[in-house]
Structure formats: structure tokens, C-alpha cells
Write a protein that binds this ligand. Sequence first.
Ligand code: HEM
Length: 458
Amino acid sequence: MPKDDESQTITRWGKQYGDVVRVSLLGRNVIFLNSLKAANDLLDKRSSNYSDRPELSLVTQSMGMDWNFGLMPYGNLWRRLRKVFTSKLGIRKAFVNYAEVQQGVMGQLLRRLEHSPEDFLDHLRLHIEQLMMKAVYGLHAESSEDHRVQNVHNFLEAFSDAARPVAYLVSSLPIIKHIPSLWPGVIYKRSTAEMNTMIKDMLEVPFADAKALIADGNNASSYVSDLLEGQEPEEDVKKTAAIVMGGGFETTLATATAFILAMVKYPEVQQKAQDEIDKVIGQNRLPTFEDRDSLPYVYAIFKETLRWHTVAPQGLPHESKEDDVYNGFSIPAKSTVMANIWGILHDPDVYPDPMDFKPERYFSSDGKLDFSANDPARVVFGFGRRICAGMFFAENSLWIIIAQILATMKISHAYDKEGREISVELKPMAGVVSQPSPFKCTIVPRSEQAMRLIAAKE
Ligand code: HEM
């Protein structure tokens, strides 16, 4: 089992051995599904058997994270919490409920990019933190140093290493469970007690702050305030709120960062999108969600970003409940089943020149957007009953970032001291959620008119 380069290795196994590859690791079966068909056949069509998660006892129990429905076994508690979450953040409603916040915080991002473009990564990070704190709790996070935000990062740091397939296996060995110094990744650097405190804070502190705002009567509508007005038990609201940043922060950040990288590397794509925006909207206002359908090339850039840099290369692991047989292969009960999302989205038969960023691949010969054969969103958010619960919220957060940055900024290569262009490459880092490796670029406003629009934006 590779420690790094998991995606490449698993994809190679797929080519060598086929759609369904079983790896036996310390007696545990890990099944990798290397084609969309196999992933659909098992995780979607037989979802009653494949919707569990492997026990992540190391993370969930020892660190007080057992409220996280994304890692929870399939069952009534998972069903109840997921329902609460999707009642506000699921299909369609996400658009109505949070579009205002998603659009509202864009002005600050654009101004920060204009004033200190070299810190673009920090700006994207703060933007997503502020967006989520506002949408979920109605709270304003002044900076990334806000302790409520810091707690989320500590959680993610531990989670990302601990939830990789290798770590699952290591953590399931009883002897290792009791020797923290053998635990993988960063966890051993902190004591379990320390992690427990941080994770408890992440759950409790912003929720208490949101409730205090509501009690004072000076809160804007948020996920928490909306749900507390209804009949949902307070505990369920609190637990599901904490998941938004837990599940949504790194994924959104990685995709937004990959978008910037793609624009540096593919100036012709950027130019084509800006021509589209200028033609459809003009230069006197910024694109809003109402413009999404009339900007097909911008939408194709969003989809191609999801594919090109696959933020969750193997998704999250599913677990089978009962023995099953698929195409003559036996899949024993309690197998860990993972879709090779990266491999599926880099299959040259479906995506010719898969390593290239090509929004054109989503247009049919008559120039119309056509995702019928290759929509990355059908893969990148996972499968079956455990499909990403925040996918619509993610799409809106990202689309507005992409559209408004394209409308106002020119993104290009940075130069070294000798004036030579610094080349950039997409180098995904390891992790359940993979970030592109850091890179440098130049970002400047496209025109004086763009600067006026940025300044005028609230
Ligand atoms: C580009 C952005 C995102 C990507 C690519 C992504 C991808 C995924 C994937 C692959 C899974 C696992 C699905 C499976 O088990 O088959 C997942 C689960 C999940 N995601 Fe996302 N995600 C994104 C953004 C978000 C956001 C913004 C939120 C929160 C608002 C979120 C919340 C969740 C939750 C709660 C789960 C667990 C679902 C469950 O176990 O029932 N995700 N996501």
C-alpha cells in the first residue's frame, strides 16, 4: 500500500488488474473501484449494502468526534443528522438560503487580492472561513487567527492524515490503538486529551456565540438561527453545523486554489472566459448567480477544475455490510470499498489528454454545454447514500469565486529576480483532501473599471 502517490498507484493497479481490485492489508479487504460503472453498480445501485463507513475508532472515539455524521456508521443517527443538514444545505435550498452571504463576502476577497495579490492563498483561506462562519453561525471571523477558525484547522489536520486508507488499517489494530506514538501522521504530536479539548471547542464555542447573538436579537439569518427557529433538537443543529467547516473548508479551498493555478497555466482559457463575461454582462457590473446559465464557458471552467484537481482522490471509504458477488468477484462483508475518483476522472477514454485543463471537453459540436457523458460532478462528490451532503453549497461558493475573479482580475505567471517566468505545475499533495502544492503567480485588476467595481462592492 503506497504511502504517497496513492492515486497513481491505484490507477496503475486498475489498468493492470481491472475495474475491481482487492488489496488485502493485515487481514482487511480494501476494494478499489476503478471505473464509473463499477462505482455506480455497487455504491449507487446496491447502496443498501455499501453505505456504511469502516470504523474509524482512532479518530472518532478517542478524540471525541463521534458526532461527525460523515464518518458515522450507516443507521438511524446518521440518517437523522444528514436529514437536518440537507434540509438547509441540500439540493436547491442552498442556493436560496446562502446565495446572499456567498455573494456578499466577495467584495472583501477581491479587495484583498487587489491589495496584496502575493498572499492570494491566505486570502482564499480567509474568504472561505468567513463565508462559512457567516453562513453557518452568522458570525464574523476577523482573521484566520480567530480561535474558532483555528480549532477547525486543528481538527482538519488530524482528520486528513488519520482518515487515509493506510491510517484506517493501522488504527484498527488493537495494539497500536494503545500506543499513540505509533499513530500515523500528526496525531501523535498532540495528546488525545488535547485533541479532545480542541474538537469539543470546535463543536461548542461557535455554537454558543451564535446563540448569544440570537439572544441579543442582532443576528443575521444563518444555518443555526434558521434551524433553531424550527423544531430540530439543539444538539442536532450544533453537530451538523460543525460539519460544514469540517467537510467544506479544505475541499472548497483546494478547488479555488486549483482554479487560480489553472488560470496561470492556461491563459487562453482565462481569455476565453473573460471574453464571454464581457460579451454577456459587459464591464459595468459583476456576475451574479442569475448569470450562471448565460455564462456556459465559466461554468465549464468550474466543472473542469473539479476534475483536473480531484480534491478527494479516493473519496471517503464505504464499507459493505454483507457478502456480495460482483461480476464473478466475491466481496466479503466488512470490506472497505473505495472509488478511485482520481482515476475515473483521468481516464483518457472519457477525458482525452486527462492531465490538461480543457473546459472545451464539455461542449458538443454545436457549441452547447453537454455534460451527459462526462460530468465530473457525478463522480467527484462520491456515490450512493453517502454522496457529499454539501455539494450544492460547494458549487455556489466556488462558482461565484470563479466568476467574479475572472470578471475583475488578470492572473498570470510570477517572475523571479532575474525576470524569468516562474513555471507552475499541478502537484497534488497527499491526504484524504488533497491541496495543490503551493505556487506563485501574479494577480492584477483587469482594468480601471474593474477596480471601480471592486471598490464599489460592499
Ligand atoms: C469541491 C468541494 C467538495 C468535494 C469535492 C467534496 C467531496 C466529497 C466526497 C467525495 C465525499 C464522500 C462521499 C462518499 O462517501 O461517497 C463527501 C462527503 C461529505 N461532504 Fe463533501 N465535498 C465538497 C464540499 C463539501 C462542502 C462545502 C460541505 C459542507 C457544506 C461538505 C460536506 C460533506 C459531508 C457532511 C459529507 C459526508 C456525507 C455522509 O457521510 O453522509 N462537502 N464530500
